[in-house]
Design a binder for this molecule. Structure first.
Ligand SMILES: Cc1ncc(COP(=O)(O)O)c(C=O)c1O
Length: 376
């Protein structure tokens, strides 16, 4: 048996006819860039997230960057985020000319440690970006309270959290804006690159719409210097079809995660995901923590099981951010987790047999790793 990390073909197979029909409609209409398919998806996605507006853009990085720009973040400003995220969160800050300021994560949920947040705020702080890592929301209430107290907007990086809930509220609907990626492997994935911003604020939505379309609200009347960050019609049409199936797909992911949990619960060498009662986790990634991670990853690959690491180097230690002056030890929890994270195969169509196989092989490679340790 082999187990891929992700199986998009299996995911699309049952809805293939609906997807083909949606793409054909776009081809027939010629509405390829922006247009009615994008507007329709924006309405559906805003409704799904419980927000008043959604603005479709080219990808999740655009979503974060344009939101920061629309909030007036620029050179000399600081934006707080976490080092345990995909590089794009920090890149979006840097592309505004601002400086990313990191706050460590908490060891249980791998999201921003709210106890450390206030100390990181300075007069230059212009936004806070908590990241809902792996499909579970950050503890938002303390962050929103601190944001209100200091008059600093909170932008949710919900790129991994489509459909996740915090105390019953959807990811993306709590801060001034929520940013999503629809990269193909996400819980809601396009057939290429796409992203969106959701918000309750009509002015913010309008400003982002202008920025995503060369700074024009009216064709060829450019009130701002913007960019081309529009969503494609084909991506929007595909996403509208797939959005209808998102909750079911998330339920399957949750069931697989619980099965993984059940099979791993008594293994001292493996830390399984922790989910506080307040959270509805949607398991974009099912990450465990193992001390001898690299050896285990290699052993599983040899046995036909594809795993991944999200992410091997925390952002503050990336070469690109050397100039920020962080070093090893700056964020001990993020660094420890990065050395131990192992993402197991996770997608809705995973079978119980495959999960059994993964866990059986994981257990045998962990005990093998332990034997090596004793001998060494
Ligand atoms: C947490 C996080 N933020 C931002 C992004 C950027 O999204 P995109 O790849 O669509 O630009 C991603 C995508 O992987 C992500 O996981």
């Amino acid at each position: 048996m082999t187990v891929p990390f992700l199986d998009l073909k299996a995911h699309h197979e049952p809805i293939r006819e609906q997807l083909d029909a949606a793409i054909a409609q776009v081809i027939d209409s010629g509405a390829f860039a922006g247009g009615p398919f994008v507007a329709s998806f924006e309405r559906d996605f805003a409704a799904y997230c419980g927000t008043s507006f959604a603005v479709g853009v080219g990808n999740g990085t655009d979503a974060l960057w344009l939101t920061l720009l629309a909030l007036g973040v620029g050179p000399g400003d600081e934006v707080i985020t976490v080092p345990s995220t995909f590089m794009a969160t920090a890149e979006a800050i840097s592309f505004c000319g601002a400086r990313p300021v990191f706050v460590d994560i908490e060891e249980q949920t791998y999201t921003l440690d709210t106890a450390l947040l206030e100390k990181a705020i300075t007069p230059l702080t212009k936004a806070i970006i908590p990241v809902h890592l792996f499909g579970q929301t950050t503890d938002m209430d303390p962050i929103l309270d601190i944001g209100r107290k200091h008059n600093i907007p909170v932008i949710e990086d919900a790129c991994q959290a489509h459909g996740a809930l915090y105390k019953g509220t959807k990811a993306g609907g709590m801060g001034v804006a929520g940013c999503f990626s629809f990269y193909p492997g996400k819980n809601l994935g396009a057939f290429g690159e796409a992203g969106a911003i959701v918000t309750h604020d009509p002015d913010l939505a309008a400003r982002i719409k202008v920025l995503r379309d060369h700074g024009q609200a009216r064709k060829y009347f450019h009130s701002h210097i913007g960019w081309n960050a529009r969503m494609d019609g084909i991506q929007a049409a595909v996403l509208s079809v797939k959005l209808k199936h998102l909750d079911k797909a998330n339920s399957c992911r949750r069931a697989h995660a619980w099965f993984y949990d059940e099979l791993l619960v008594n293994m001292d060498e493996i830390v399984i995901p922790f989910v506080p009662h307040r959270n509805h986790h949607v398991y974009h990634i099912y990450a465990v923590r193992i001390k001898d991670r690299d050896r285990v990853l290699g052993a599983l690959a040899d046995m036909g099981i594809s795993c991944a690491i999200h992410y091997p180097i925390p952002v503050h230690l990336q070469e690109a951010y050397r100039s920020l002056g962080y070093s090893e030890g700056s964020f001990p929890v993020a660094e420890k987790c990065a050395a131990e994270f192992l993402s197991l195969p996770m997608y809705p169509e995973l079978s119980n047999e495959q999960i059994h196989f993964v866990i059986q092989k994981l257990k045998s490679s962990v005990s093998e790793a332990k034997t090596h340790e004793c001998v060494a």
